[in-house]
Ligand binder design. Structure first.
Ligand code: AMP
Ligand code: GLY
Length: 426
């Protein structure tokens, strides 16, 4: 079959790499792809957000199946448009994508169906939000309702910070229209984990857990980024915890979405806070995480294309999905200065030698080709991904490959996986 992957990040390179291995995949396209994806797929110059151009291309090339990486085209209704013309797609409908597209939609759904999450209020004007805060005990988190490229969340240490956050979003309009409405939430303490499930409308299959490293520097310090590294699975989510998350969070959410008339299909990515053995929902994303996808794809044992197709076709119940027993870990290499200002177009060398380290796969994010040379073309540039028996072993292999790459203008965190390694060594 002809498959099109939408997006250009490390997540989409990992998806392309996994899909290309399927005997069912005769031809693979990516829109727009990157220098790494170009090795295994035909890259077409269409931006992931250009929903109409993607639809036109999929129709004219007679694409059989479209796998959507990022959230923006999902929230814009790409899957609805494709399905309307008879093209199968992996990802939720526009309405179901509200689970990520509107935090108020997500929180109201969870409250209505008694799914564990932080107490909250939704406000469309600042004074009412400030009044709500006066009565709150403990820490406060202020969030813009809409999509704000992962930046619309402000964790506040006291009430004055919370008032300032409300003004920043609603009066200074720091995130534009995404801040027309805001949420004020109770601060939840605990350990944060990501949990993923494949969903076909009614059936959900656990993919397991991962832990991201959002802060730019070692020890989780410095400003937040899109994610500097991840590993999967995480020891916080053992078999019993996975069962609990599926029974108390994922399955009730799937049933709630169906009851609301917007059955959920695709991957459901739950950001969870676990405290004293109790998981609560921080957020939902309607797509794979980046870089979490890289480690999930590395651990996939069965045919990824078949699994994603089963989600689109409502056939997950019969799908055979198996996982490697090993741990996977990804170290993100970013351009100096990221997440602030950084240069593009710097040269990256010795990638072939780095990827020959056993068990290592290098996924590209912001890269482009100049002839045969690979140049940086974004903030997060490479995802050096490895498999090991333990997190420690996977980490050692990943850094061996990282140290083989010649890219003086790049950097990475040197402690990816530290929480799990501390546990392994305890
Ligand atoms: P979100 O995009 O809603 O997941 O928020 C981004 C990050 O802010 C999360 O990954 C958490 O680290 C933090 N966060 C969000 N909401 C809360 C909360 N209610 N309590 C504690 N931390 C939170
Ligand atoms: N790595 C976090 C995310 O993709 O949202």
């Amino acid at each position: 079959m002809k498959v099109l992957v939408v997006g250009s990040g490390g997540r989409e390179h990992a998806l392309c790499w996994a899909i290309a291995k399927s005997p069912k995949c005769d031809k693979l396209y990516a829109a727009p792809g990157n220098a790494g994806i170009a090795d295994i797929a035909e890259c077409v110059k269409i931006k992931a957000e250009d929903v109409n151009a993607i639809l036109k291309f999929a129709k004219s090339e007679k694409i059989d199946f479209v796998v959507v990486g990022p959230e923006a085209p999902l929230v814009d209704g790409l899957v609805d448009k494709l399905e309307k013309v008879g093209i199968k797609a992996f990802g939720p409908s526009k309405k179901a994508a509200q689970l990520e597209g509107s935090k108020a939609f997500m929180k109201d759904l969870l409250a209505k169906y008694d799914i564990p999450t932080a107490d909250y209020g939704v406000f469309d004007e600042p004074d009412a939000a400030k009044e709500y805060i006066i009565k709150m005990e403990g820490g406060v988190v202020v969030k813009a309702d809409g999509l704000a490229a992962g930046k619309g969340v402000i964790v506040c240490h006291n009430k004055n910070e919370a008032y300032a956050a409300i003004d920043h979003i609603m009066i200074e309009r720091a995130f534009g229209d995404a801040g027309d409405e805001i949420l004020v939430e109770e601060f939840m303490a605990g350990e944060e984990v990501s949990f993923f499930a494949l969903v076909d409308g009614t059936t959900a299959v656990a993919m397991g857990s991962a832990q991201d490293h959002k802060a730019v520097h070692e020890g989780d310090t410095g400003p937040n980024t899109g994610g500097m590294g991840a590993y999967s699975p995480t020891p916080v989510v053992d078999k019993a915890m996975e069962k609990k998350i599926m029974a108390e969070i994922i399955q009730p959410t799937i049933e709630a979405m169906a009851a609301e008339g917007c059955p959920y299909k695709g991957v459901l990515f739950a950001g969870l806070m676990v405290k004293d053995g109790e998981p609560r929902v921080l957020e939902y994303n309607v797509r794979f995480g980046d870089p979490e996808c890289q480690v999930l794809m590395a651990r996939f044992n069965s045919d990824v294309l078949e699994a994603l197709l089963a989600c689109a076709e409502g056939k997950l119940k019969d799908a055979k999905i198996t996982w490697k027993k090993s741990t996977a870990l990804v170290v993100v290499m970013a351009a100096d200065g990221y997440p602030g200002h950084y240069a593009k177009g710097t040269h990256i060398n010795n990638l072939a030698n780095a990827s020959s380290v056993k068990g290592v796969e290098i996924f590209h994010a912001g890269t482009k080709l100049q002839g045969k040379k690979v140049l940086s073309d974004g903030g997060r540039v490479l995802g050096v991904t490895s498999i090991g028996k333990t997190v420690k072993e996977a980490q050692e292999k990943a850094y061996e490959a990282v140290d083989t790459i010649e890219w003086p203008e790049g950097f990475c965190r040197r402690d990816i996986g530290w929480r799990a390694i501390e546990r392994e060594e305890a």
